[in-house]
Structures are given as C-alpha cells and as structure tokens.
Design a protein around this ligand. Structure first.
Ligand code: NI
Length: 171
C-alpha cells in the first residue's frame, strides 16, 4: 500500500493528465477509508462559485463538497448508462456560441441523428451563452449517445439528460 501511494505521488508530480487519473484512485480508496490527496486545475471563477455554494450549504470543508460532487457525477453516469428501451429524451445544454467550430459540430450531430430528434429550442441566454433544448424519441441507448457526444464538445458548459419511458413512467 505504501509503495502504491509513493507511485501515485510520482505520477502526480509528472503531469496533469495523471492527476486526472488519480481521481479514480481517490474515489476507489474512499471505499476503504483511505484518503488520497490529488490535484485539480480549475478556473478561478468556477472555484469561487463552488465555494459560495458550499458555504451556503454549510459544508465543513471543500474536500467534503468535492467528494459529494464526485459521487453525484458517478451516480449520474451510472444512471445514464442504464438508459435503454423506448424513451422520450430531453437534452438541455448551455454553451458558448463563439467557441470555434462548436455551433457547426452541434448542428452536425443533430443532422446525423435527425431520425431521433423531434424538435429543439434555442434561447440566447446572454451575450456569450446559449441554451438549447433538444427533444428526442427513440432507443434510450441512442439518445444517451447523442447526449454524450454533446457533452464531449469543447465550449459546452452544462448538459443534462432527462428521459421518460412512454407508457411506463405514468401508467
Ligand atoms: Ni444563442
């Protein structure tokens, strides 16, 4: 175990990419109550907003809040991977419209999957940001794939996928 910790520290010192990898170690080790320090680079304003929220919510420490955020991320991801069968999907996303190539990529994704997409709404949020709501109907796995493609685009700040099973969720 000590040797593993030493290896991790070496990785941490080496590059940011391995810092990312160490988050996995971090979550896994929490299971057996071994805490591991990791490093993450964040934009200042993002950290400020995070600190504001955790102070309002009364967290005892930033680490505790980050642990909760990582758990939520994992739960959300697991929930998404279980989406299958006929679904109505609603993808909400917020993005910076002047990010190079982003609007073209978003349009391309929607044209490629137009058989799934029933409609979309675009709202100009402020000078820099747009909110888009894409409604889909079809196989849950395909809907999830579209959401994941959108999530992976640079300049997309927020993506939320909600799904409903027609004839099941409200019967
Ligand atoms: Ni707009």
């Amino acid at each position: 175990m000590r040797q593993q910790a030493r290896n991790r520290n070496t990785f941490l010192a080496r590059s940011n990419t391995v810092c990312k990898r160490s988050i996995t170690h971090y979550a896994v080790n929490l299971m057996d109550k071994q805490l591991v320090r990791t490093c993450v680079s964040l934009p200042n304003d993002l950290l400020d907003r995070f600190d504001e929220i955790i102070s309002e919510r009364g967290y005892s420490s930033r680490s505790e809040a980050i642990r909760d955020a990582i758990r939520n991320y994992i739960v959300n991801y697991k929930w998404m991977t279980e989406v299958e069968g006929e679904r109505i999907g609603i993808i909400s996303l917020v993005y910076e419209h002047d990010q190079r190539g982003l609007t073209d990529d978003l349009t391309e994704i929607q044209h490629v999957h137009m058989g799934l997409i029933t409609s979309s709404v675009h709202i100009h949020l402020d000078h820099d940001n747009c909110l888009e709501i894409i409604m889909l109907h079809g196989e849950g796995k395909s809907i999830k794939e579209v959401a994941e493609m959108v999530m992976a685009l640079k300049g997309v700040k927020y993506v939320k996928l909600n799904t409903i099973s027609p004839g099941k969720d409200f019967s």
